[in-house]
Design a protein around this ligand. Structure first.
Ligand code: FAD
Length: 341
């Protein structure tokens, strides 16, 4: 059979990393990325990009842990290479603090990050309103540079990228053998997924180069994540809110909450406000689907619905999506030799 033609729809962290995994596992495939937006205009560009897993209630913990570990290992290798700065990947140490001791003192990912331990009394003195805390080192992606780095890698392997809005996956049927759906919140409209909902997040990106450690309230709502050039201050989680407009009251609230955790942020400068819609679901939709219309079949692999944790698990889910694409190729080859799809 001729080189299988694969279209990846979506150019956020999930689409780009999935396209890269497909190229790596199936070098003979012809891969094209189609997307109505590229960096810097995706949800992925808004994210803080911290590797701290979000929980997907509908996915077994061992699977979530594997996705996280694969992502951590992949990015750790980049952080130890000469590519680190261009890719925007770096290690960051810090604290997750709690007003009362959490039920689970050891989260499932505690052995996947580096040096996880309870905070010492001396460290806790920095946070007088908090009783308990965890210290660890994790990775952070500076999102726009990382997306550009992924795009560059794809281009060097010959992947084509086109600006295009896809209104119906069947549009792609005559040009591609397999469609990979990485459209994030766009899947709500594209494939009518009613289980997918937005969780609006507003963050501030500020200039505060003296802030070197991350600080996260254990409730996940207030956080300070230093990147290479800017510090991300968060945040909000507003379920079913589709608004992409910044809210000035929310900006003040985020700033005040972060200053109460790290008072030196009062001196932060050049505050920029960003809003993104987390593509949320009980579980990531990571599965094959064979669409059928009048006896014609269309092979689709879905990889969307990563909610608040897309960066934390992107490489793991991309690898699984690439494996599913491999199964589709096997089915196509089988169908050419007489087997059913
Ligand atoms: P997107 O980045 O939205 O990409 C979807 C792509 O599909 C886009 O290119 C879009 O243009 C394209 N598309 C959609 N519909 C169509 C269509 N019909 N035709 C063609 N193209 C289409 N995660 C973490 O792990 N750590 C964090 O610290 C973190 N912080 C966050 C902070 C905020 C404020 C927000 C909002 C999110 C955060 N996240 C974080 C979550 C993370 O941003 C998402 O899980 C991740 O970006 C989802 O990536 P995606 O590629 O699926 O979606």
């Amino acid at each position: 059979m001729a080189a299988p033609k694969v279209a990846v729809v979506g150019a956020g962290v999930i689409g780009l990393s999935t396209a890269l995994c497909i190229v790596e596992t199936c070098p003979s495939c012809s891969v094209t990325v189609l997307s109505d937006q590229f960096s810097p205009n995706t949800t992925s560009d808004v994210a803080a990009g911290m590797l701290i897993p979000h929980m997907y209630p509908g996915t077994p913990i061992h699977v979530q842990k594997q996705w996280f570990k694969e992502t951590f290992t992949y990015l750790f290798a980049i952080s130890n290479s000469a590519e680190a700065s261009e890719a925007g990947i770096h290690l960051v140490s810090g604290w997750q603090v709690f007003k009362s001791t959490p039920k689970e003192e050891l989260p499932f990912w505690s052995d996947a990050v580096l040096g996880f331990r309870p905070m010492s009394e001396a460290e806790l003195q920095k946070f007088p309103q908090y009783q308990f805390g965890q210290a660890f080192t994790t990775l952070k992606c500076d999102c726009p540079p990382y997306l550009l780095w992924l795009e560059k890698r794809l281009k060097t392997t010959g992947v084509q990228m086109y600006n295009r809005k896809v209104s119906d996956l069947w549009e792609l049927h005559s040009d591609y053998d397999i469609i990979v759906n990485c459209t994030g919140i766009g899947a709500h409209q594209l494939v009518g997924d009613k289980k997918l909902f937005p969780v609006r997040g507003q963050v501030l990106k500020v200039y505060a180069p003296w802030v070197k450690n991350f600080i996260r309230d254990g409730d996940g709502l207030t956080y300070i994540y230093p990147g290479i050039h800017r510090v991300t201050l968060g945040g909000t989680r507003e379920k079913d809110n589709w608004s992409l407009s910044p809210d000035s009251g929310t900006t003040k609230d985020i700033f005040d909450r972060c200053c109460s955790l790290e008072p030196s942020l009062q001196e932060a400068q050049d505050i920029k406000v960003k809003v993104g819609l987390r593509p949320s679901r009980q579980r990531v939709r990571l599965q094959k689907e064979v669409l059928s219309q009048g006896g014609v079949k269309l092979l689709v692999v879905h990889n969307y619905g990563h909610g608040a944790g897309g960066f934390s698990v992107h490489r793991g889910t991309a690898k699984e999506a690439a494996r599913l694409v491999g199964e589709c190729i096997g089915a196509l080859q089988g169908s050419l030799s007489g087997a059913k799809l």
